[in-house]
Design a protein around this ligand. Structure first.
Ligand code: ATR
Length: 285
């Protein structure tokens, strides 16, 4: 039987993951089925058990289930442990394992857009401002540290969540020489790069930031993506910054999941180009 994979979320109809994995499979000549599965909000555990009984080999996990998945796994990667969130699972003789490929996906896409020479430490020496402290932010903070950031200022609307996230990452930051601080308000004219991990773009509005937080000397990256510029990307460009949305990160995190399952790294560039074209076409249709 063709190996079965899926993405679980709620809602899930909008997910591009089945398309991305189908493109990877065609490119690498791997036979697989990859489906979008809707799970009830309180029913991930049952949904995964049924999926595995049906022959499911692995899955991606998206909103709002990344924390539930983390809880259910019997073995977790270091990245998943730091994030306290799992976006990739699989079954083997040891049971259910979980990893988190979101952060590595972001760092790989940043290496691409910034044309970094050192792809393993593309943020070497940079000062970063990370906006948000929810599930998305916790998935990327560890990899931003290990990608070489010199300093990271963490800001969130509710400061207690930022403090908890920073505390969980303090040992990693010390190990890598990253100055990790929680800030009460985002500092102007400070950051080399600003990463938006808040859900503000979902509401179609930018963030209420002081003048100069986004400035012509910095780059900006929104973890969200859309057929047209997200509100944050538009806000950053209006302030003179170079800015990108998170479609490239989506493809890169999928590629890393694909590598974990199939042992082969797909070429992401043509897949990203296809997705971007399809997104634009769906907007104009
Ligand atoms: P996700 O998985 O997308 O990160 P989440 O865990 O609910 O979702 O986190 C949403 C993040 O976006 C939080 O950091 C939230 O701030 P609070 O912790 O203060 O709720 C942030 N957020 C959502 N809407 C926002 C807005 N309009 N302005 C600023 N931050 C916002």
């Amino acid at each position: 039987m063709t190996p079965l994979y899926a993405v679980f979320g709620n809602p899930i109809a909008h997910s591009r993951s089945p398309r991305i994995h189908a493109l990877f499979a065609a490119q690498t000549g791997v036979a697989l089925r990859y489906e979008a599965r809707l799970a009830p909000r309180d029913g991930l555990e049952q949904a995964l058990a049924a999926f595995h009984a049906e022959g499911g080999c692995g899955a991606n996990i998206t909103v709002p289930f990344k924390f539930d998945a983390w809880r259910l796994c019997t073995r977790r990667s270091a990245a998943a442990q730091l994030a306290q969130a799992v976006n990739t699972i699989g079954w083997d003789e040891g049971g259910l394992w979980g990893d988190n490929t979101d952060g590595i996906g972001l760092v790989r896409d940043l290496a691409r857009v910034l044309a970094a020479e050192d792809v393993h430490r593309p943020l070497h020496g940079q000062r970063l401002l990370l906006l948000g402290a929810g599930g998305a932010a916790s998935g990327v903070l560890g990899p931003l540290i290990t990608a070489g950031a010199r300093a990271i200022a963490l800001w969130n609307r509710s400061i207690d969540k930022a403090q908890a996230l920073a505390a969980r990452h303090s040992a990693l930051a010390a190990q890598h020489g990253t100055d990790l601080q929680v800030v009460q308000s985002p500092p102007p004219h400070w950051a080399d790069g600003v990463v938006n991990a808040t859900a503000a773009s979902l509401g179609g509005s930018g963030l209420d930031l002081d003048d100069g937080v986004l400035h012509p000397g910095c780059w900006a990256y929104d973890l969200m993506y859309a057929a047209t510029d997200t509100a944050f990307v538009a806000q950053a460009r209006a302030a003179g910054a170079r800015a990108w949305d998170g479609l490239g990160m989506l493809v890169e995190q999928a590629a890393q999941s694909y590598t974990l399952w199939h042992g082969e790294a797909p070429d992401t560039a043509p897949v990203l180009a296809t997705l971007r074209a399809e997104l634009a076409a769906s907007h104009h249709a």
